[in-house]
Structures are given as structure tokens and as C-alpha cells.
Design a protein around this ligand. Structure first.
Ligand code: ADP
Ligand code: MG
Length: 334
């Protein structure tokens, strides 16, 4: 990529990472030995999650390198958020076509900027040569038995979602970046509008503070990565309940509405994925306290449906008719 910066050996790459790390008191031994040593707090449980990003599958090949770094950590922090956990440590496995110093620095710019925001320490990893692929594992804490689980939804719960849905999928559709999402004809939005959608694709915001607060207020929770309906189906299945969603209640950004017609907006919101918003169920009695979290966590919160006895996920339009999408979400190997 760069001609004026050196191509590095594996250990020089690792030193480049190590020289930029922030300190945490509970990291007994960080990068440099065969394993890291950390000290979990007494009385807390560890929540562990791992997600991989493959070039051309999880992000378009042309994604800015700092955005790849940001997103690799963001999607993992989003999983911890969906469990109601407070992030603490992470490990990073990099498969790189070549040991390029400029690439490494740009990647770390994005990755470490988000790590700093959430006081997450990078404590180890692996660096190998191969097609561009990034795996991150994150570790976080939750009070004993307080984690949010997919299996905890109950009939009578209301269903909520944070932020807006469909923006990232909208950006992807415009880019024509995957064979599953053919490029929309001509984008109708202006450059600034398209930029707003693109930011949601490249730099998702993990709802960490919200997830922690929800640990005391919500029943089930999931982060929307594959598509709202597909992800809600996981809650419905794990909890052995039915979930009904009102299409017209789904939150959309002005940028999304300015760019696509209303049918396409619904489709992107309900099935697009890559949103990294939290979708959760909670007793109606907690509605007011949840609504207050919108201000304290600085995120929009919208009630989009309810949990009932039965099985499966159903989306209905404003007239109460059941809406059947062409697909419910993204599936690898589909
Ligand atoms: P080993 O051969 O014992 O697995 P490595 O040479 O792979 O050791 O790694 C040396 C040290 O550098 C270890 O502490 C490892 O965790 C760390 N490390 C390697 N790659 C990365 C990376 N991409 N990010 C963070 N730490 C890394
Ligand atoms: Mg190794």
C-alpha cells in the first residue's frame, strides 16, 4: 500500500501495537508472553464474545483502514452490550496479506480510538500472513446472574430497539458492495446524506452504556447484526414465545427516508442488518424508566412491538396485514 513506510517483520508489527497500548490496573501481564494475565473483580461474572470480519464479506474491500479497525472492535463491544456487560479486555488476531506499517497504524487509529472510549485494554493476539481477516475477542464483567439473555423474553413484554435501523444496509445497497444486495439504481440522496449512511456502515456505535443500564430493566436482549427479523427470531426461539413487530413503528433516519422509497426503507430496516443497535424486551411496567435512558445514554429508544404466547416473528403493516419479506436477514452459507 505505502511505498515510503517499511514493510515490517511480524515482531516489529507486534511492537507497533504494543507501543500504543493504554494501561489498566487489572492487566497483570499484557502483550509479550505466551499468554496474558488479568484479574477479574470479585463477585462478577466474565462475559466473553468473539467476532470475525472478513474483507469483502463483513466490510467492502474499499473500506478505509481506520474504519476497519473501529468496526472490528465495535461489533464485539456490541455483543457485550447485548449481554449487559461492562467491557474490560480484548485480544486481536490479524491475518494480513503483508506486514504494512501504514496499514497497521491506520488500523490501530480506529481500533484504539474506540478502545479508549470504553477503557478496553488490548492484552494479546496473533499476527499471521493470509487473506485480510480480523478476529477480536472481548471480555467484560457483569454482576452475578445479571446478564441479559436471548432466552428471557416473556409474553406481555414490550419490544424496543435503540437508534435507527437500515442505515448501514442502505449504504451497502448503494455501494452494491455485496452480491446479496445489488446496487440501487441511482442514489437519490445528496453526498452528505449518503455520507450519513456510510458512517453507520463503517463506524457503528456499540450501545455499551445502554446495555449496562438495561441489565436491570430488560428481560431479553440481542444486538441487531444479521437483520432485525432474523435476530428477533433468535429471541423468539430461545424464549419459546411469539414476537409481533409493527413495520410503521421501526425507527428510520432522515437520511434513509431521503434516499429510498418507503417499501425499500421497511425492507432495509427489518432485514438489512449491520445496525449494531440493541433490540430488547421488557415488562410494560418498566417503559417509563426505559424511556428515560434515551436521555442518559444519548440514544433514541423506540417501542416496536410485543411478545406473545406462541412461536415465531411476525411483522405487520399499519393496516395490520402480515408483511412477508423476501428474506429475513443475512446468513452465511445460505
Ligand atoms: P506465540 O508464538 O507464543 O503465540 P506470538 O509471537 O504470536 O507468540 O505473540 C507474541 C506476543 O504478542 C503475545 O503476547 C501475543 O499475545 C502478542 N500479539 C501477537 N499478535 C498480536 C496482535 N495482533 N495484537 C495484540 N497482541 C498480539
Ligand atoms: Mg501466536
Amino acid at each position: 500500500m505505502s511505498t515510503d513506510l517499511p514493510v515490517l517483520a511480524e515482531f516489529e508489527l507486534i511492537d507497533r501495537i504494543r507501543s500504543r497500548l493504554a494501561h489498566r490496573d487489572d492487566v497483570v501481564l499484557g502483550i509479550g508472553d505466551d499468554g496474558a494475565i488479568v484479574q477479574p473483580p470479585a463477585g462478577q461474572q466474565l462475559v466473553i464474545a468473539m467476532d470475525t470480519l472478513n474483507s469483502g464479506v463483513h466490510f467492502p474491500h474499499a473500506t478505509p483502514v481506520d474504519a476497519i479497525g473501529w468496526k472490528a472492535l465495535a461489533v464485539n463491544l456490541s455483543d457485550l452490550a447485548a449481554m449487559g456487560a461492562q467491557p474490560a479486555w480484548c485480544t486481536l488476531s490479524l491475518s494480513l496479506p503483508q506486514a504494512d506499517a501504514a496499514w497497521m497504524d491506520a488500523f490501530l487509529d480506529g481500533f484504539l480510538a474506540l478502545a479508549r472510549m470504553h477503557d478496553v485494554a488490548l492484552i494479546g493476539g496473533d499476527t499471521t500472513r493470509g487473506p485480510l481477516s480480523i478476529s477480536v475477542a472481548v471480555h467484560g464483567f457483569v454482576r452475578r446472574d445479571a446478564a441479559l439473555r436471548r432466552a428471557a423474553a416473556r409474553p406481555g413484554d414490550e419490544v424496543w430497539v435503540s437508534g435507527t435501523l437500515g442505515d448501514a444496509a442502505g449504504a451497502l445497497a448503494l455501494l452494491g458492495a455485496t452480491p446479496l444486495e445489488p446496487a440501487a439504481s441511482a442514489p437519490t440522496g445528496d453526498a452528505a446524506t449518503l455520507g450519513e449512511l456510510q458512517v453507520r456502515l463503517d463506524r457503528p456505535t456499540p450501545r455499551v452504556a445502554l446495555g449496562r443500564e438495561l441489565a436491570a430493566l430488560a428481560h431479553a436482549c440481542i444486538d441487531v447484526s444479521d437483520g432485525l427479523l432474523a435476530d428477533l427470531a433468535h429471541i423468539a426461539c430461545a424464549s419459546a414465545v411469539a414476537i409481533e413487530i409493527e413495520l410503521s413503528a421501526l425507527p428510520a433516519s432522515d437520511a434513509l427516508r431521503a434516499t429510498f422509497d418507503s417499501e425499500r426503507v421497511s425492507e432495509l430496516q427489518a432485514t438489512g442488518g449491520d445496525d449494531y443497535e440493541l433490540c430488547f424486551t421488557a415488562p410494560a411496567a418498566n417503559a417509563e424508566r426505559i424511556a428515560q435512558l434515551a436521555a442518559s445514554c444519548d440514544v433514541r429508544l423506540t417501542r416496536i412491538g410485543r411478545v406473545e404466547a406462541g412461536a415465531g416473528v411476525r411483522a405487520v403493516d399499519a393496516a395490520g396485514r402480515v408483511w412477508e419479506p423476501a428474506r429475513t436477514g443475512y446468513a452465511h452459507f445460505a
